[in-house]
Design a protein around this ligand. Sequence first.
Ligand SMILES: Nc1ncnc2c1ncn2[C@@H]1O[C@H](COP(=O)(O)OP(=O)(O)OP(=O)(O)O)[C@@H](O)[C@H]1O
Ligand SMILES: [Mg+2]
Length: 237
Amino acid sequence: MNALEAISLSSFYGAQKVLENFSITVAPGEFVTLMGPSGSGKSTFLHVATGLVRSAEGQVLINGSDITKMSDSKAARFRRRHIGVVFQAYNLLSTATVEENIVMGVKLDKRPIDKKRLSYLIDKLGLGGLEKKKPDEISGGERQRTAIARALFPEPDLILADEPTGNLDIKTSKDICSLLSEIGKTEKSAILLVTHDPVVAAAAKKVHFIKDGALVKSIETCNDAALVSKAYLETYS
Ligand SMILES: Nc1ncnc2c1ncn2[C@@H]1O[C@H](COP(=O)(O)OP(=O)(O)OP(=O)(O)O)[C@@H](O)[C@H]1O
Ligand SMILES: [Mg+2]
């Protein structure tokens, strides 16, 4: 069974068609990226796949369950249990501290807080010393890393991340790609990451290209950023 299987998604904002017959699959433990120009529908796809945009036609099967058919409350619970999401705008709770944001989903589910995992992620994401700070008291990159820690904390089956390294320096960005690869391998999490950065895309096994809301090409990256750049330019020129 695939971790994520989106089948023939179409989505509209008013009269504008944003996704058109968009299909994609991610197997358990697979790390893929999604690239495409600004406005091509990447964030919209992630919002549909997480059950936050409910208007789409088609199916989104996560571990075989169709999130588009669930009620809002069931989709929210399902998301907390199975999907780690890093939103493009982070969506951190401004009144909660870094640490409270990271554990929020697990706490809402009244599940025990794994303190060892919390320390591991705080350390791996370089958030040590910031645990008690609020989102508006830390930098943009620190907020982004808090959002990544929050997505990874519950050991989700599927990680959906929208430009999670967009605000990070080259070294931190590289470290985060390594962390995601490692988590994908050790925890068998499937990862779909949206990025504009060919170096980040090359950290994944496969890259998919979206154009005007449709998936138009997929390639093996061979861990080669130059190959990804070339394919990108060929697709969109
Ligand atoms: N809430 C909304 N209401 C109306 N139109 C929207 C809304 N969100 C996005 N759109 C439109 O849908 C299209 C796709 O937007 P989307 O955010 O999915 O693009 P994207 O590929 O994520 O771009 P970027 O790389 O800039 O993040 C754009 O034309 C955008 O203007
Ligand atoms: Mg976007």
